[in-house]
Write a protein that binds this ligand. Structure first.
Ligand code: NAG
Ligand code: NAG
Ligand code: NAG
Ligand code: NAG
Ligand code: NAG
Ligand code: NAG
Length: 673
């Protein structure tokens, strides 16, 4: 630990010593080791909780989702705090709008829901880099999730900002936070660094006091619990419907001989990756396992209860045998849909809960009204190379060799790498990423002519054609940093060299791109300048922007945007980044558009960045229901759809984390409209 960390801790311990005697609230939350249960205000307490991620739901819908969770009979919600969402740039914090954590805590409190807080610093969550900020990677060889000094210093600085904000919301301070998780499934990480966990324990204790209930969560294996649990932190486990409940809790008992049984992540559904089959978990199996656990007196958190959306660039990725990024929708086949609508799974869960506690009287709030606005035709508005003064206000950096996103201090989205062909290509010549260093996809053009794609783990060679001195552009997409396992130091951009035939390419111009800034600022709808309409020769392939407007005729409602026959890209509505689409792979085929994003009176601005090639007739469709289950193309590589984590296995770690979740691939979920 550096002197600075020690200083922060010392100050807080001094504060504690004084404060410790003064605070004597009448609200208490603790563990009764004799009777194997939680104690809330001195009485036995069992929580029935659901996970909801405020970072995946627009803030204007937070209350709606919380009320539905309350009406389902839950008495608590479990939430993650994604560090990178709040400190996207080192030292620049954001706690407003969709990032207003305290407002969320307040709404939950007003709704009558307790909160189980999971502030990380690492959260997994299928979120970009598991919630860790990408700027950590600017420190060469930083050992994330360990007692590495640079890493710990950053963690300590962050906790120094975060934990004082949540402290007034602790249950003992008349707030609603009953317990706080330290790290996240740490036992599944290869480092197994006890000093790291000890330091976190010290930090959490120093900010939150000696009485706050701190806990850990780990997969139901011996190794995971050994590396993830620590004295003074109550050890809980997580597992899904296909796990033998008796066996799993017996394992928890090995580490916590007394105290409440807790499943901190009971999987109600599962996530999707691009190019794989849509995941789901059978609702009857969910209700059956929930009943069994509650009958044992266990406290249960359902992961997820409301999944939401990976808006913008916030999806994470897995990297076991190959890189697999998570889709935009985080519907998760959860009891509340991505759009917050109750499902039959929710009603079955409520029926189970009714057998154990009173659920609030009154009907379940209905689904939010949806609207099918129909087709909107888009027009071409330009490509990135022709608009660099707009998209790259910072300009270029000249570099002999390639630099990563982190070295350029652009953490998300897209960056442009440009060089000139060093020689005449008499015949199509291989452009090679010898070290598999394209992270994650490069769209290659030479003098404006699209050549094709290099893709991490999948396409390391591309034949290109051109003349000496031609400009070669590689638009590189960060498809979301790895959020789980041993490969979370996931630098983006082009790592290592690129070869043209046997020549190393040098003399690069590298452009950081702020597409979101330009689009939020009104482009392209604010521009009088237009590209000429289609010239009849069909759309050119390669990255290209399209725009259009949706007239909503007085109705601003939730809707789902389908880009059938488009390939892959990014969509903005009224300047807000809805996320990625990849219609040519699936399974996700539509993007959730929250109604409050739309204007009822003004034309709504649609902006699409299509990366590979738009359809002949570039139109999009606004529908009244989602389409999440059509897998069209598959990424290459050895691990096909069938081999997708039977238990989430990371070879580097050698540990199966989540017990494997059975899934029903072709099941339709009924949404109660
Ligand atoms: C903070 O986050 C909110 C919500 O995402 C966003 O609207 C706002 O622009 C951000 N503020 C800054 C200073 O980046
Ligand atoms: C939480 O809600 C309770 C009950 O409505 C209220 O008494 C308490 O003051 C609230 N806590 C905070 C921190 O606002
Ligand atoms: C429910 O769980 C059982 C036992 O794990 C499994 O065999 C069965 O296939 C599951 N049912 C469905 C519909 O997924
Ligand atoms: C679960 O495991 C326990 C203990 O190993 C065993 O007795 C029981 O039969 C198992 N239950 C099922 C449904 O397999
Ligand atoms: C669409 O873009 C134009 C030009 O930037 C802007 O004036 C208008 O307010 C935008 N519409 C909406 C609904 O945001
Ligand atoms: C996908 O879901 C739709 C409804 O959204 C359903 O009608 C259809 O049968 C499902 N298709 C597949 C292939 O599972």
């Amino acid at each position: 630990m550096t002197v600075k960390i020690l200083f922060v801790l010392a100050v807080n311990f001094a504060y504690l010593a004084v404060k410790g005697n003064l605070v004597d609230g009448d609200q208490t939350f603790s563990i009764d080791y004799k009777n194997n249960c939680f104690l809330k205000d001195g009485k036995p307490f069992q929580y029935i909780s659901g996970s909801i991620h405020y970072s995946r739901i627009p803030h204007y819908y937070w209350k709606d989702r919380l009320v539905k969770m309350y009406m389902a009979g839950l008495n608590a919600v479990q939430i993650y705090v994604p560090w990178n969402f709040h400190e996207p740039v080192k030292g620049e914090y954001n706690f407003s709008g969709d990032r207003d954590l305290v407002h969320f805590l307040d709404l939950a409190n007003q709704t009558g829901l307790l909160v189980i807080l999971r502030p990380g610093p690492y959260i997994c969550a299928e979120w970009e880099m598991g919630g860790l900020p990408a700027w950590l990677l600017e420190t060469p060889n930083i050992l994330l999730r360990s007692s590495d000094t640079d890493y710990l210093q950053a963690v300590c600085n962050w906790m120094n900002i975060l934990l004082p904000k949540v402290k007034p919301w602790l249950y003992s301070n008349k707030g609603n936070i009953i317990s706080v998780q330290v790290e996240n499934e740490y036992g599944s990480y290869h480092a197994c660094d006890y000093n790291y966990m000890r330091t976190l324990r010290t930090i959490f204790r120093s900010f939150l006091g000696a009485d706050t209930l701190l806990f850990t969560t780990d997969g139901d294996t011996e190794r995971a619990l050994s590396c993830g649990s620590l004295q003074g932190l109550y050890a809980t486990i997580d597992f899904g419907t296909d796990t033998n409940i008796t066996k799993a809790f017996r394992l928890q008992r090995r580490f916590e001989p007394h105290g409440p049984l807790v499943n901190s992540e009971f999987y109600t559904g599962w996530l999707d990756h691009w190019g794989e089959v849509h995941a789901g978990v059978d609702k009857w199996n969910v209700s059956k396992a929930l009943r069994e656990m509650l009958a044992l007196g266990a406290s249960v958190n359902m992961y997820m209860f409301e999944g939401g959306t990976n808006f913008g660039y916030w999806n994470g990725a897995d990297h076991d045998t190959r890189f697999r990024s998570v889709v935009t929708s985080y519907d998760y086949d959860a009891p509340l849909t991505e759009a917050g609508d109750p499902t039959e799974k929710l009603l079955l869960i409520r029926d189970v809960i009714k057998q154990f506690r009173d659920v609030p009287a009154g009907p379940m709030p209905p689904a939010t009204p949806k609207f099918a606005y129909g087709f909107v035709t888009l027009g071409k508005v330009g490509n990135i190379p022709s608009l660099l003064d707009l998209f790259s206000p910072q300009g270029l950096i000249k570099s002999q060799y390639l630099l990563t996103f982190e070295e350029m201090k652009q953490y998300y989205g897209y960056m442009l790498y440009r060089t000139k062909l060093p020689r005449e290509l008499w015949e199509p010549t291989p452009l090679i990423s010898p070290l598999n260093g394209v992270h994650d996809r490069a769209y290659v053009t030479i003098n404006g002519v699209f050549q094709g794609i290099l893709e991490r783990d999948t396409a390391l060679v591309l034949k290109v054609s051109g003349k000496q001195g031609d400009t070669m552009d590689l638009l590189v997409e960060n498809m979301g940093r790895v959020n789980f396992g041993s490969k979370i130091n996931d630098h983006k951009g082009i790592l290592g060299d690129l070869l043209l035939g046997s020549d190393v390419l040098t003399n690069w111009e590298i452009y950081t791109l702020d597409l979101d800034g330009a689009i939020a600022g009104g482009w392209p709808h604010s521009e009088a300048r237009r590209f000429p309409p289609a010239d009849g020769r069909g759309p050119p392939a390669g990255p290209m922007f399209y725009m259009g407007t949706l007239k909503s005729n007085g109705v601003a409602r939730d809707t789902f945007l389908q880009l059938k026959d488009w390939s892959k890209g990014q969509v903005w509505i009224n300047g807000v980044n809805l996320g990625r689409y990849w219609s040519s792979r699936g399974p996700q085929q539509s993007l959730y558009v929250p109604g409050p994003l739309l204007s009822a009176t003004q034309p709504n601005n649609i902006t699409v960045l299509e990366l590979e090639g738009a359809p002949e007739c570039p139109r999009v469709l606004f529908m009244d229901r989602p389409h999440l289950n059509r897998t069209v193309g598959r990424s290459g590589g050895s691990a096909g759809v069938g081999s997708r984590h039977p238990g989430r296995r990371d070879p580097g770690d050698g540990v199966s984390v989540h017990g494997h979740v059975e899934r029903t691939t072709h099941r339709e979920r009924s949404i109660l409209l």
